[in-house]
Design a protein. Structure first.
Length: 241
Protein backbone atom coordinates (compact mmCIF):
# COMPACT_ATOMS: atom_id res chain seq x y z
CA UNK A 1 0.00 0.00 0.00
CA UNK A 2 3.00 2.27 0.46
CA UNK A 3 3.48 2.25 -3.33
CA UNK A 4 -0.14 3.23 -3.90
CA UNK A 5 0.29 6.15 -1.51
CA UNK A 6 3.38 7.27 -3.42
CA UNK A 7 1.37 7.25 -6.64
CA UNK A 8 -1.46 9.25 -5.09
CA UNK A 9 0.99 11.82 -3.76
CA UNK A 10 2.69 12.03 -7.15
CA UNK A 11 -0.60 12.51 -9.01
CA UNK A 12 -1.60 15.22 -6.52
CA UNK A 13 1.50 17.18 -7.55
CA UNK A 14 0.30 17.31 -11.19
CA UNK A 15 -2.71 19.63 -11.39
CA UNK A 16 -3.10 18.99 -15.12
CA UNK A 17 -2.65 15.22 -14.87
CA UNK A 18 0.25 12.92 -15.71
CA UNK A 19 0.68 9.78 -17.84
CA UNK A 20 1.56 6.39 -16.38
CA UNK A 21 5.13 6.42 -17.68
CA UNK A 22 5.87 9.75 -16.04
CA UNK A 23 4.35 8.60 -12.74
CA UNK A 24 6.42 5.40 -12.86
CA UNK A 25 9.58 7.42 -13.46
CA UNK A 26 8.89 9.95 -10.70
CA UNK A 27 7.95 7.33 -8.11
CA UNK A 28 10.68 4.89 -9.06
CA UNK A 29 8.15 2.09 -9.60
CA UNK A 30 8.35 -0.50 -12.36
CA UNK A 31 5.97 0.29 -15.21
CA UNK A 32 3.91 -2.94 -14.88
CA UNK A 33 3.52 -2.28 -11.14
CA UNK A 34 2.50 1.31 -11.87
CA UNK A 35 -0.15 0.21 -14.38
CA UNK A 36 -1.53 -2.35 -11.93
CA UNK A 37 -1.76 0.15 -9.06
CA UNK A 38 -3.24 2.85 -11.30
CA UNK A 39 -5.98 0.49 -12.49
CA UNK A 40 -6.79 -0.41 -8.88
CA UNK A 41 -6.87 3.22 -7.75
CA UNK A 42 -9.09 4.18 -10.69
CA UNK A 43 -11.44 1.28 -9.92
CA UNK A 44 -11.67 2.39 -6.27
CA UNK A 45 -12.33 6.00 -7.26
CA UNK A 46 -9.13 7.47 -5.85
CA UNK A 47 -7.94 8.34 -9.36
CA UNK A 48 -9.64 9.05 -12.65
CA UNK A 49 -8.22 8.66 -16.15
CA UNK A 50 -8.85 11.09 -18.98
CA UNK A 51 -7.13 10.89 -22.38
CA UNK A 52 -4.25 8.88 -20.99
CA UNK A 53 -3.64 11.21 -18.04
CA UNK A 54 -4.34 10.44 -14.39
CA UNK A 55 -5.99 12.87 -11.95
CA UNK A 56 -7.17 12.62 -8.35
CA UNK A 57 -10.63 11.07 -8.19
CA UNK A 58 -13.63 11.89 -6.04
CA UNK A 59 -12.69 9.39 -3.33
CA UNK A 60 -9.28 11.02 -2.84
CA UNK A 61 -10.80 14.50 -2.79
CA UNK A 62 -13.35 13.45 -0.17
CA UNK A 63 -10.51 12.42 2.11
CA UNK A 64 -9.59 16.07 2.63
CA UNK A 65 -13.01 17.04 4.02
CA UNK A 66 -13.47 17.40 7.77
CA UNK A 67 -16.17 14.72 7.81
CA UNK A 68 -13.91 12.26 6.06
CA UNK A 69 -11.09 13.06 8.49
CA UNK A 70 -13.34 12.31 11.44
CA UNK A 71 -14.38 9.01 9.83
CA UNK A 72 -10.73 8.11 9.30
CA UNK A 73 -9.93 8.87 12.93
CA UNK A 74 -12.83 6.65 13.94
CA UNK A 75 -11.47 3.86 11.73
CA UNK A 76 -8.09 4.11 13.46
CA UNK A 77 -9.66 4.15 16.93
CA UNK A 78 -11.70 1.04 16.13
CA UNK A 79 -8.64 -0.81 14.85
CA UNK A 80 -6.60 0.11 17.93
CA UNK A 81 -9.42 -0.97 20.25
CA UNK A 82 -9.65 -4.30 18.40
CA UNK A 83 -5.91 -4.93 18.78
CA UNK A 84 -6.00 -3.74 22.41
CA UNK A 85 -8.63 -6.35 23.27
CA UNK A 86 -7.12 -9.08 21.10
CA UNK A 87 -3.57 -8.78 22.47
CA UNK A 88 -4.42 -7.43 25.92
CA UNK A 89 -2.14 -4.38 25.81
CA UNK A 90 -2.49 -0.61 25.37
CA UNK A 91 -2.01 0.34 21.71
CA UNK A 92 -0.72 3.69 20.43
CA UNK A 93 -0.63 5.26 16.97
CA UNK A 94 1.76 8.14 16.22
CA UNK A 95 3.23 9.90 13.20
CA UNK A 96 6.06 12.30 12.47
CA UNK A 97 4.56 15.42 10.90
CA UNK A 98 6.06 18.86 10.26
CA UNK A 99 9.11 18.03 12.33
CA UNK A 100 7.11 16.92 15.36
CA UNK A 101 6.19 13.63 17.02
CA UNK A 102 2.41 13.47 17.16
CA UNK A 103 0.55 10.80 19.14
CA UNK A 104 -2.71 10.58 17.19
CA UNK A 105 -4.60 7.91 19.11
CA UNK A 106 -4.23 5.76 22.24
CA UNK A 107 -6.44 2.84 23.20
CA UNK A 108 -6.24 1.34 26.69
CA UNK A 109 -8.40 -0.03 29.51
CA UNK A 110 -8.41 0.41 33.31
CA UNK A 111 -6.85 -3.04 33.59
CA UNK A 112 -4.20 -2.27 30.96
CA UNK A 113 -3.56 1.48 31.23
CA UNK A 114 -1.40 3.45 28.82
CA UNK A 115 1.86 5.02 29.95
CA UNK A 116 1.23 8.39 31.59
CA UNK A 117 2.73 11.22 29.54
CA UNK A 118 4.63 12.71 32.45
CA UNK A 119 7.25 14.29 30.14
CA UNK A 120 6.18 15.82 26.81
CA UNK A 121 6.27 13.06 24.16
CA UNK A 122 7.32 15.59 21.52
CA UNK A 123 10.39 16.67 23.46
CA UNK A 124 11.46 13.21 24.65
CA UNK A 125 11.43 11.18 21.44
CA UNK A 126 14.91 9.87 22.23
CA UNK A 127 13.56 8.19 25.36
CA UNK A 128 10.50 6.25 24.22
CA UNK A 129 9.90 3.53 21.64
CA UNK A 130 7.45 5.67 19.66
CA UNK A 131 9.99 8.45 19.19
CA UNK A 132 12.91 6.15 18.46
CA UNK A 133 10.83 4.28 15.89
CA UNK A 134 9.81 7.48 14.12
CA UNK A 135 13.33 8.92 14.20
CA UNK A 136 14.72 5.67 12.79
CA UNK A 137 12.62 6.23 9.64
CA UNK A 138 14.06 9.70 8.99
CA UNK A 139 17.26 10.48 7.12
CA UNK A 140 20.33 11.55 9.08
CA UNK A 141 19.84 15.29 8.49
CA UNK A 142 16.24 15.15 9.72
CA UNK A 143 17.30 13.17 12.80
CA UNK A 144 20.01 15.66 13.69
CA UNK A 145 17.65 18.59 13.10
CA UNK A 146 15.14 17.00 15.48
CA UNK A 147 17.78 16.45 18.15
CA UNK A 148 18.96 20.04 17.76
CA UNK A 149 15.43 21.16 18.61
CA UNK A 150 14.94 18.56 21.34
CA UNK A 151 18.33 17.60 22.81
CA UNK A 152 18.86 14.25 24.51
CA UNK A 153 18.24 14.49 28.24
CA UNK A 154 18.06 11.95 31.04
CA UNK A 155 14.46 11.00 31.76
CA UNK A 156 15.28 7.92 33.84
CA UNK A 157 18.55 6.23 34.74
CA UNK A 158 18.06 3.96 31.71
CA UNK A 159 17.68 6.75 29.13
CA UNK A 160 20.25 6.95 26.35
CA UNK A 161 22.89 9.44 27.52
CA UNK A 162 23.84 11.42 24.42
CA UNK A 163 22.85 12.07 20.83
CA UNK A 164 25.90 10.25 19.41
CA UNK A 165 24.86 7.01 21.14
CA UNK A 166 21.27 7.47 20.05
CA UNK A 167 22.21 8.08 16.41
CA UNK A 168 24.35 4.95 16.44
CA UNK A 169 21.44 2.97 17.83
CA UNK A 170 19.08 4.33 15.17
CA UNK A 171 21.56 3.43 12.41
CA UNK A 172 21.71 -0.16 13.67
CA UNK A 173 17.95 -0.72 13.81
CA UNK A 174 16.70 -3.29 11.31
CA UNK A 175 14.30 -2.06 8.69
CA UNK A 176 10.70 -2.72 9.73
CA UNK A 177 11.81 -4.44 12.95
CA UNK A 178 10.09 -3.65 16.27
CA UNK A 179 11.87 -1.00 18.32
CA UNK A 180 12.20 -2.06 21.96
CA UNK A 181 12.59 0.37 24.87
CA UNK A 182 12.97 -0.70 28.50
CA UNK A 183 12.32 1.87 31.23
CA UNK A 184 13.95 4.69 29.27
CA UNK A 185 10.87 6.90 29.48
CA UNK A 186 8.99 5.55 32.48
CA UNK A 187 10.33 3.35 35.27
CA UNK A 188 8.53 0.05 35.52
CA UNK A 189 7.43 0.08 31.88
CA UNK A 190 8.68 -1.57 28.68
CA UNK A 191 7.51 -0.60 25.21
CA UNK A 192 7.73 -1.77 21.60
CA UNK A 193 6.95 0.18 18.42
CA UNK A 194 6.28 -1.12 14.91
CA UNK A 195 7.39 1.15 12.03
CA UNK A 196 4.80 2.04 9.39
CA UNK A 197 5.75 4.12 6.36
CA UNK A 198 3.01 5.35 4.04
CA UNK A 199 4.24 7.46 1.17
CA UNK A 200 6.48 10.07 2.76
CA UNK A 201 4.84 9.84 6.20
CA UNK A 202 6.66 8.03 9.01
CA UNK A 203 4.27 6.33 11.40
CA UNK A 204 4.24 3.75 14.15
CA UNK A 205 1.92 1.50 16.13
CA UNK A 206 3.21 0.78 19.63
CA UNK A 207 2.39 -1.16 22.79
CA UNK A 208 3.47 -0.97 26.42
CA UNK A 209 3.60 -3.39 29.33
CA UNK A 210 4.66 -3.30 32.98
CA UNK A 211 8.16 -4.66 33.58
CA UNK A 212 6.93 -7.80 35.31
CA UNK A 213 5.31 -8.77 31.99
CA UNK A 214 8.42 -7.97 29.91
CA UNK A 215 8.54 -11.52 28.55
CA UNK A 216 5.25 -10.77 26.72
CA UNK A 217 6.60 -7.68 24.97
CA UNK A 218 8.23 -9.13 21.87
CA UNK A 219 5.57 -11.81 21.21
CA UNK A 220 2.87 -9.16 21.59
CA UNK A 221 4.74 -6.82 19.24
CA UNK A 222 5.06 -9.58 16.65
CA UNK A 223 1.35 -10.32 16.95
CA UNK A 224 0.53 -6.64 16.46
CA UNK A 225 2.83 -6.50 13.44
CA UNK A 226 1.03 -9.47 11.93
CA UNK A 227 -2.38 -7.89 12.60
CA UNK A 228 -1.27 -4.61 11.05
CA UNK A 229 -0.10 -6.48 7.95
CA UNK A 230 -3.53 -8.05 7.53
CA UNK A 231 -5.41 -4.76 7.83
CA UNK A 232 -2.91 -2.28 6.41
CA UNK A 233 -4.50 -2.21 2.97
CA UNK A 234 -7.87 -1.07 4.27
CA UNK A 235 -6.32 1.25 6.87
CA UNK A 236 -3.62 2.80 4.71
CA UNK A 237 -5.52 5.89 3.67
CA UNK A 238 -7.01 6.30 7.15
CA UNK A 239 -3.75 6.23 9.08
CA UNK A 240 -2.10 8.84 6.87
CA UNK A 241 -4.24 11.62 8.40
Amino acid sequence: MQRAMRLLECVAEHEHGAPAKQLARETGLALPTTYHLLRTLVHEGYLRRDKGLFFLGEAAERLSSSGAQEKRRSTIAEALAHWRDLIGVPVYYAIYRNGEIEVVCVSDTPGNPAVEEWADFRETGHAHAIGQCLLSQLDEDARRAHLDRYPVQSITRYTVRDSHTLLQRLDQMGRMQPVIERQEYALGTVCAAIPITLGTTAGTMAISLPCHQADRLLPAARQLQSEIGRLLGSLALSISI
